[in-house]
Design a protein around this ligand. Structure first.
Ligand code: FE
Ligand code: FE
Length: 305
């Protein structure tokens, strides 16, 4: 592992806050691009079979997304109230989930059942397809409350995939101009979830990518997403400075978050590239850092608040 020192000062490349686009809503073809990136990463990768499985899962997410009806968003006065009180509009933990997300899950399971998968995965798909709405609601609630130890690890990726579809559909119908910054800034301003990773764009700005609704929000670089410290921030890579995926650690709160550098590799995807670099997580965790991010398809977020 290479451990780098600071290469940037906070705000070095940042235009004034008023000139920065604060929020990008998710694209409607996000899962198509994710599937393509996963297949690209799977080629020659030690976890190639796993990444191919995730590519199939992303295919099914796109199909499920296209079948969802138009969402019902909070009324304008409710949105105004959320903004006034610094609350996320589509809170992962308090938004009344519509049962339509079960239909997204059914579509995902139906399509996955037609793929050649290991027997254990086939059994998980069959058993999840038979579960009651009450069971599914309980599992979703546990996942969104980050009660990972209560979840069945084999079921969680399918439930997470369906919830991502549902929340992406909701978030993409918002007007980005109506969403304000939120404290803590390490949480998604739309749904309050943890990011998967940060994306450093070609313009040098860093955006955190939501693990649930897939929105991306701006956070000034070389700032810890968990505690906002600008001191003791270090970069770590697996292979050196040319790695498009690095981890940014914080000595103040012992957390880290991955950073994906789009100027090095334009096809990067937060979920795909996070899961293709689990070796980087192992190294950071070996050094005593906790992941401040979360990946609903695999990696439980247990980082600091
Ligand atoms: Fe979100
Ligand atoms: Fe920190």
């Amino acid at each position: 592992m290479t451990t780098g020192s600071l290469v940037l000062e906070p705000g070095q490349f940042e235009p004034p806050a008023g000139q920065i686009t604060f929020l990008y809503l998710p694209a409607q073809d996000l899962f198509v691009r994710r599937a393509a990136r996963l297949r690209q990463l799977a080629n020659g990768h030690a976890l190639g079979g796993y990444l191919q499985f995730l590519a199939s899962l992303a295919d099914t997410q796109q199909t499920a997304l296209q079948r969802l009806p138009a969402p019902v968003l909070p009324a304008p006065d409710e949105q105004r109230l959320c903004r006034q009180h610094g609350m996320p509009l589509l809170s992962a933990t308090t938004w009344p989930r519509e049962p339509v997300w079960h239909e997204a899950l059914s579509a995902i399971l139906r399509q996955m059942s037609q793929i050649d998968l290991p027997v254990a995965a086939q059994e998980t798909i069959r058993s999840l397809a038979r579960q009651t709405p009450a069971y599914l609601e309980r599992q979703a609630g546990l996942m969104l409350m980050e009660e990972w130890e209560e979840l069945q690890p084999n079921e969680a990726p399918f439930i997470g995939a369906a919830l991502q579809v549902y929340w992406l559909r909701l978030a993409s119908a918002l007007d980005a101009q109506t969403v304000g910054r939120l404290e803590p800034s390490g949480r998604c301003p739309v749904c309050g979830s943890r990011p998967v990773a940060g994306m450093v764009r070609g313009d040098g700005l860093r955006y955190l990518s939501c693990s649930l609704c897939s929105c991306q929000w701006h956070l000034v670089r070389v700032t810890c997403s968990s505690c906002r410290s600008t001191q003791g921030i270090n970069l770590h890579t697996l292979h050196g400075a040319d790695d498009p995926v690095r981890a940014e650690s914080c000595d103040a709160c012992n957390s880290y978050l991955k950073l994906l550098y789009l100027e090095k590799e334009g096809l990067l995807d937060p979920i795909a590239d996070d899961l293709a670099t689990l070796a980087l997580d192992m190294l950071l965790e070996h050094e005593g850092f906790l992941n401040a991010g979360s990946n609903l398809l695999f990696h439980p977020g247990r980082g600091p608040e």
